[in-house]
Design a binder for this molecule. Structure first.
Ligand code: GAL
Length: 960
């Protein structure tokens, strides 16, 4: 049976060979972006092609914006699956129900367009298969959604009244090669452009610009199929194409992205070039650029916008790169397809190392034991090679691109081998990456995803097993730190390994941004919210940024963990040591500052830290600080040190903090113990200092004039994070489900006795879930000095606690009016035992509403670490309650209960209620990365063990 074009395995027909992409030559261009006429059909069968014929009247059709996805413009709906194909796997066939979008656009040539000369029609991205007609003439068809496709159209153009018709099928044989973990979003989602090709213009060119780090020279050669001249005015270079020239230059690196403006001039066209000189190599088993090994502080970036899907505008791309740079990220893996080509211009200009990945993933075949995998089937090899060529040819002139990646999660096979051979032949000056083949026969690095710390350490030591050739390769984690929901945890420990072992050349967090789609009812939608038959829920929301690109705590943590300057402080000698962790740059672009703070930021003392600007990569300096101020009245003195940019850059403004650290100069003063007051009973009431208790239950009812909405009691439950829940394929030790099974969310509090004595009140309880014989014996001991009320909690586990605890602390309810928090401790954002690097000890204040971290799927969030005291007040300076912890505690507050948080599927389900719920935790379990990777490291587990901790309650605010 002959298959229609969209189902046969061929990459396409009628198009031009791939070539370099560039913007801004002096040849005429006409953007065909904008409003197009649009008609959606439910399938591809039986559709005629009359819409493409001259004179077709599409006035009754709808309109869509190109670039765009029709499913985000009111036609049909998006579908989210991770690895599952959302259609029966029967390659290369696709379902009859195959949404097909016909697009029509008329255009006139601008005045002065040389109509009788060559022109090219370029599509930068169409998902997943298109057939194209110009003025009724069929041009051909193509697959390869995130790759450019061009047609020669000069002979068909008219000065006026041109009609471009494009039929796009959502599903095609190409869909089998595009099973990336993301929304399926059909449409013409990147630019459509008409390019004049003047007589004597180059069809394609290849810039080779290497750097000899020993000689300090760059060698430039631009190969072009049409001869011309290459000029670099700043370097006095003027050579013929194909000819090499060597001159002293400054090299390009992601840290110092030095570009030279150049021009390629042929008889027909002048093309501006931006040349960056750099040499990529494998040197002694390490990835080096310009002779130095790299450490990737990277991130995986999908193209995503909450309203536009993968149709990204230039401003969003620039915002991405700037935000990455501002957060110390130095590398991007373009997971899992080449990005919009303009993104790479930004990487060249602002400085990021790029692993440019081919648009290829066949992950769904893993569910079939890889049976029928197109990556190992010769019939598909032309399509694979076409994708490799379209990637490499398009992006070959970017200095930022240092590594080509064959694709993602395609198993192994002959097609991949053929791609690797082709790429090596075409571009021997870059390295090759592919994670999916454990033999590593076609890659220059041993790449893994989600390997745990212990294994990464073994690899770092060279103690890994596996093929001998692999053991000689450098190691990268092409994905780690799964940033789904709250987390990822354990980044600091990975970074320590990367910095310790030379072979470990860093990694790329999965991933940059949550793919939550803006939705009228749900806020941000994820899988299942559009009624998909099969879907993978919120697994699509696993980024360091929220869908609106605001940073999640994970990004701030990562920024801190990978900061390019390390500070250590020795309070005995009063010295700070500063280490340059850049791979290339000195510290000349940074200004350093020290600040002493006494109990918060009220009266800082600060000054410049004289770090030698020439301090090179890996070098350290020790600097003596002025003596700290005297701590008045037992204040706690802290030292903050920071490194800021001292000149405005193209990625940030002045004073942006690149690196910082926070140290204790003096210890926390002891907390006074509030005792001495005698409980007074009257009827069912017991009064003790400011506290009023129910004599029968021992529960605290009020603190002075503040009536509690819920009495303090032990709490061990936290609403499971995505990492607590873990992914379905993870081992059985996924504690979210185990905690729920055990009943930690429905602990019963049995009262064993209320005893009043001369010094206070003792309440004995046993806290345990139904159907189990394990428990936490909990004794609450209340004392007072007349003004403050002190609670000492003693917890003794009973039975066999085979699971760690989510948290261990006290939960209470306060009136809704007390919705403004002040605290002295870690902030401003949340922190958990293995995520909190960005948390800095100081005085903070904010509305309780702002203490919530808005994870797309609601879950445990918002804990503040190392809190000495917290106050909940009626407005910023209103009256309220003050709580002092001994030792420091984890502080969270919300306007909804944990049960409400647990029941919520979207942020919009959370509505402020009549109470402020407060958690004062002695312990929190770490977060880990088990939503896709390893769980919590043992040092961050919270085991059920005997524990004692105290909180002292007093009244805060006006007039007290
Ligand atoms: C990897 C895959 C990514 C993504 C991630 C989990 O296996 O390469 O595309 O699915 O897991 O979010």
């Amino acid at each position: 049976m002959e298959l229609p074009h969209h189902e046969d395995v061929s990459p396409g027909t009628g198009g031009l060979a791939p070539r370099a992409w560039y913007a801004g030559s002096d040849a005429a261009v006409l953007s065909l972006n904008g409003s197009w006429r649009f008609r959606l059909s439910p399938g591809a069968h039986g559709l005629d092609e009359s819409f493409a014929a001259a004179g077709f009247d599409a006035a009754a059709w709808d309109e869509v914006v190109v670039p765009g996805h029709w499913v985000l413009q009111g036609h049909g709906a998006p579908v989210y699956t991770n690895q599952m194909y959302p259609f029966p796997v029967d390659p290369p066939r696709v379902p009859t129900q195959n949404p097909t979008g016909d697009h029509l656009r008329g255009f006139d040539l601008p005045g002065g367009w040389p109509a009788d000369e060559d022109a090219v029609l370029r599509f930068d991205g169409v998902e997943s298969c298109a057939r194209v007609w110009l003025n009724g003439t069929p041009l051909g068809d193509f697959k390869g959604s995130r790759l450019p496709h061009e047609f020669a159209v000069g002979h068909l153009l008219r000065p006026e009244g041109n009609v471009l018709a494009v039929r796009v099928h959502q599903w095609s044989s190409g869909s089998y090669l595009e099973d990336q973990d993301q929304w399926w979003l059909p449409g013409i989602f990147r630019d459509v452009t008409l390019l004049h090709r003047p007589e004597g213009a180059a069809r394609d060119f290849f810039t080779h610009a290497s750097y000899d780090h020993e000689a300090g020279t760059g060698t430039l050669r631009v190969d072009s199929d049409v001869p011309g001249r290459v000029t670099v005015p700043e370097l006095g270079v003027d050579v013929a194409t194909g000819q090499s020239v060597t001159v002293p230059v400054e090299p390009w690196s992601a840290e110092r992205p030095r570009l030279y403006d150049a021009e390629l001039a042929t008889a027909g066209e002048r093309i501006p070039l931006r040349v960056g000189f750099r040499t990529v190599a494998l040197t002694d088993g390490l990835i080096t650029v310009n002779g130095r090994p790299l450490l990737f502080r990277g991130v995986n970036r999908h193209e995503f916008h909450p309203e536009k899907g993968r149709a990204l505008d230039r401003a969003t791309m620039r915002a991405d790169v700037q935000l990455m740079k501002q957060n110390n990220i130095n590398a991007v893996r373009t997971s899992h397809y080449p990005p919009h080509p303009a993104f790479l211009d930004l990487c060249d200009e602002l400085g990021l190392w790029v692993i440019d990945e081919c648009d290829l993933e066949t992950h769904g075949f893993t569910m079939l034991g890889w049976r029928g995998n197109p990556a190992d089937d010769d019939r598909w090899t032309p399509a694979l090679l076409d994708r490799a060529a379209r990637t490499v040819e398009r992006d070959k002139n970017h200095p930022s691109v240092i590594i080509w990646s064959l694709g993602n999660e395609c198993g192994t096979g002959r097609g991949l081998r053929a791609m690797a051979a082709w790429i090596r032949d075409r571009d021997p000056d870059r390295l090759l990456h592919y994670e999916g083949d454990p033999s590593c026969q076609d890659t220059d690095m041993y790449s893994r995803m989600y390997a745990d710390h212990a294994e990464v350490e073994r690899i770092g030591r060279g103690e890994d097993e596996g093929p001998e050739a692999r053991r000689r390769l450098p190691f990268v984690l092409c994905e780690y730190g799964h940033a789904m929901g709250n987390g990822p945890g354990g980044l600091r420990e990975y970074q320590d390994l990367f910095e310790r072992y030379e072979r470990l050349q860093g990694g790329f967090i999965w991933e940059w941004i949550d793919h939550g789609l803006l939705h009228p009812a749900f806020g941000y939608a994820y899988g299942g919210d559009f009624g998909e038959e099969l879907h993978d829920g919120n697994f699509v929301c696993d980024g360091l940024c929220f869908p609106d690109r605001s940073p999640s705590p994970g990004l701030l943590d990562y920024k801190q963990v990978i900061q390019p300057v390390r500070f250590t402080y020795d309070p005995v000698s009063g010295t700070v040591s500063v280490t340059n962790l850049y791979d290339f740059a000195d510290l000349a672009e940074l200004a350093f500052e020290w600040t002493y703070l006494a109990d918060g930021p009220a009266h800082p003392v600060s000054g410049p830290l004289d770090v030698p600007p020439e301090l090179g990569p890996g070098e350290s300096v020790e600097l003596k600080l002025p003596d700290p101020p005297q701590a008045a009245g037992g204040a706690e003195i802290r030292l903050h040190v920071s490194a800021m940019v001292c000149e405005e850059t193209n990625w940030t403004s002045l004073d942006h903090v690149v690196a910082r650290a926070d140290f204790a100069v003096t210890p926390r003063p002891p907390v006074p113990v509030a005792t001495g007051e005698r409980p007074r009973r009257s009827g069912y009431d017991v009064a003790l200092g400011p506290g009023r208790f129910d004599a029968r239950t021992g529960e605290l009812r009020a603190l002075a004039d503040v009536t509690l909405t819920a009495a303090p009691r032990l709490e061990v439950w936290r609403v499971p994070t995505d990492n607590d829940d873990g992914a379905p394929w993870q081992p059985d030790t996924r504690y979210g489900p185990l905690w729920r099974k055990l009943g930690l969310d429905r602990m019963q509090h049995r009262l064993d006795g209320v005893e009043s004595d001369a010094d206070g009140l003792t309440v004995r309880t046993r806290v345990a879930p139904a159907a189990r014989d394990l428990a936490l014996r909990t004794v609450y001991r209340w004392t007072s000095d007349g003004t403050a009320l002190r609670l000492a909690v003693a917890v003794t586990p009973e039975g066999d606690w085979e699971v760690p605890l989510p948290r261990l602390g006290i939960r209470l309810g306060l009136p809704a009016a007390l919705g403004y928090a002040h605290w002295f401790g870690g902030g401003p954002g949340e922190a958990y035992p293995d995520t909190g690097s960005a948390s800095c000890v100081s005085r903070w204040n904010m509305d309780v509403g702002r203490m919530q971290t808005p994870y797309v799927r609601p879950q445990e969030n918002g804990a503040r670490a190392d809190v000495r005291w917290a106050e909940l007040r009626d407005g910023f300076d209103g009256a309220g309650v003050r709580i002092v912890g001994d030792p420091e505690f984890w502080f969270s507050a919300r306007r909804w209960s944990d049960a409400e948080l647990d029941a919520a599927a979207h942020r919009t389900d959370l509505k402020p209620g009549p109470a402020v719920w407060v958690h004062l935790d002695h312990g929190q379990r770490g977060i880990g990365s088990q939503s896709c990777g390893p769980g919590v490291l043992s040092q961050h587990e919270l085991h059920a063990e005997p524990a004692e901790f105290t909180f002292t309650f007093a009244m805060a605010g006006r007039g007290r």
